[in-house]
Design a binder for this molecule. Structure first.
Ligand code: GLC
Ligand code: MG
Length: 570
């Protein structure tokens, strides 16, 4: 009989580790990571203490956007392995009592997908209506059908001279949007999800899920003076994406997806990639938690480690996502600046970030390499392999070309001002396993698909796993503490008032256990100075700290080193 104590589904308590297959581990020496490589590192991930693996898209793809441009949803890219290797991976993950979720790109396919090739071939092709085709604006039809901006900026319609119509792409021209108003498309894509669920995957990370539906009447988006979203409303580049993002039909579709997942036992889950203010994100979960299980909260990506900001963030998130909802804690991914590079390269601050990510309320998502402090590798924009900056520097016909020096300048300003690079190669460099040439990612003498980040000689798994005070050991301690602590992985959350010690963030978490209520207090010191706090728990002990050897509790005082994060427990 299920007791009152284990009612939370596993996915609410889990910790997720994102694998970018191309850059994780190359088993066959072609300079590109693969599924066998992932299998060879499962014991490492198990020891680290992460519970769920999320794989960026492993499917067949021309790899222009490294898998986010799929040409066969039911097969694996040959450079990564085969369906049989994927079956083996799923089995090996489950053998270790871990879970595996796959990235699923429902919004668009590759322009090389046979469906799009057919669709493009003629106005009268049976698959024409699988994508979104329109005549240009009258008179003449030589202007895009609407003013809709793509999320990568610029009008998202692309002209096809052969059939004299335009197709819609929310991302890039190589990724045409599927038309979900065609019931055949919807059915096929839900069947694709079932295909993978039948294979035993534990769920999906849903790519660009806020772009599924657009306005039926193809009305123009309203303009706004806003460059970025407000606290309550989405906006981008002076346009309100009223008819292109967060459409009511998209929100309704989340429930359809959920009912497909709910056909399966044991429970599966979905996490959606959605951008926007917190109330917009929350809509994806449904009023009664009948939509997506989780949604990324990207607000944390750029969160400055200042006590006031962190407190406000935690408060806003907890209030927007009260039980039965669960927030997420995401500090990096394969699209965005490496977290440690935003923290000025400081290992101490990165450790404090670990304490925050693994003890606050929410499902943590850790991007490969974050656990060893992998840095952003600044690379020249002119050599980029990433397809998005290429849009600006080597644009397809129809775009104005931006000279490389100007793009580089804009990129440098963006790096300095918002800590973001338009060149996503910089956060996708090979995983750093050891001190050998190529960092153990691929054999010495082989050229990895992206250059290894120079700091790999100090920052790698082999070296850091022997050092109790390394970032890796810190991650491991917190992951293990979280795994066995109901308060930390599923407890309630209460921000505590630090009184005059404004540099501290303190919160309590509480959960029932077989032995009674478990209570933890996390104290995070956002300061270069040590701090002292009164211990508020009777019979407390230190559960875990960012320091390998911390000060034991002295009477009723808790002593913190600069930038230390500590959890005490009753
Ligand atoms: C998402 C992915 C990104 C990809 C894009 C298009 O934002 O995270 O890597 O390029 O969607 O699929
Ligand atoms: Mg769409």
């Amino acid at each position: 009989m299920a007791s009152e104590l284990d009612q939370d589904p596993w996915w609410k308590r889990t910790t997720v580790y994102q694998i970018y297959p191309r850059s994780f581990c190359d088993s066959d020496g072609d300079g590109i990571g693969d599924l066998e490589g992932i299998i060879s590192k499962l014991d490492y991930l198990d020891d680290l203490g992460v519970e769920t693996l999320w794989l960026s898209p492993p499917y067949k793809s021309p790899q222009k956007d490294f898998g986010y441009d799929i040409s066969d949803y039911r097969d694996i890219a040959p450079e990564y392995g085969s369906l049989a290797t994927m079956d083996k991976l799923i089995e090996e993950v489950h053998d270790r009592e871990m879970k595996i979720v796959l990235d699923m790109v429902l919004n668009h396919t590759s322009d090389q997908h046979p469906w799009f090739i057919e669709s493009k071939s003629s106005k009268y092709n049976d698959r024409r209506d699988w994508y979104i085709w329109r005549d240009g604006k009258k008179p003449g039809g030589k202007k895009p059908p609407t003013n809709w901006n793509a999320v990568t900026s610029g009008n998202g319609w692309h002209y096809d001279p052969a059939t004299d119509q335009w197709f819609w792409s929310q991302f890039l021209a190589i990724q045409p949007d599927l038309n979900y108003r065609n019931p055949e498309v919807k059915k096929e894509m839900l069947d694709v999800c079932r295909f993978w669920l039948d294979k035993g995957v534990d769920g999906f990370r849903l790519d660009m899920i806020s772009s599924i539906y657009e306005d039926v009447q193809f009305r123009d988006n309203p303009s706004t003076w806003r460059l970025l979203p407000s606290k309550t409303e989405n906006a981008m580049l002076f346009q309100k994406p009223l008819h292109t993002l967060d459409h009511p039909d998209t929100l309704a579709f989340m429930q359809e997806l959920r009912s497909v997942l709910d056909e399966y036992q044991p429970a599966r889950f979905m996490v959606g990639e959605v951008s926007g203010p917190l109330p917009v994100l929350k809509n994806y979960l449904g009023d009664k938690a009948e939509g997506l299980n989780l949604v990324f909260i990207f607000q944390a990506l750029g969160l400055k480690l200042e006590s006031g900001r962190v407190r406000r963030f935690l408060k806003d998130v907890d209030e927007t996502f009260p039980d039965p909802f669960m927030p997420t804690l995401v500090f990096s991914n394969h699209d965005r600046m490496r977290r440690i590079s935003r923290l000025g390269g400081s290992i101490e601050k990165a450790k404090l970030n670990v304490a925050l990510q693994l003890t606050a309320r929410g499902v943590p998502f850790i991007y490969q390499g974050e656990e060893i402090g992998m840095e952003q590798h600044k690379l020249p924009l002119k050599d980029t392999l990433d397809v998005t900056p290429k849009k600006f520097i080597k644009p397809p016909a129809g775009y104005g070309r931006v000279p490389v020096w100007l793009a580089q300048g804009i990129n440098n300003i963006a790096r300095a001002v918002i800590g973001e690079s338009i060149n996503r190669d910089e956060c996708r460099t090979p995983m750093q396993w050891d001190t050998t040439p190529n960092a153990g990612f691929c054999p010495p003498g082989v050229k990895p698909w992206l250059p290894v980040t120079p700091s790999y000689e100090e920052r790698n798994v082999a070296v850091e796993s022997t050092q109790p005070d390394s970032l890796l050991s810190c991650y491991q301690r917190f992951l293990h503490a979280r795994e066995v602590s109901p308060a930390l992985n599923s407890g309630t959350f209460e921000l505590l008032d630090p009184g005059n010690a404004k540099q501290l963030v303190m919160y309590a978490r509480r959960a029932p256990t077989e032995e009674g209520l478990q209570e933890t207090i996390t104290i995070l010191n956002f300061s270069d100075k040590p701090a002292k706090v009164l211990n508020m728990l009777d019979d407390a002990r230190v559960l875990v700290s960012t320091r390998a050897s911390y000060e034991p509790l002295r009477g009723n005082l808790i002593l913190l080193a600069p930038w230390e994060g500590i959890v005490v427990s009753k």
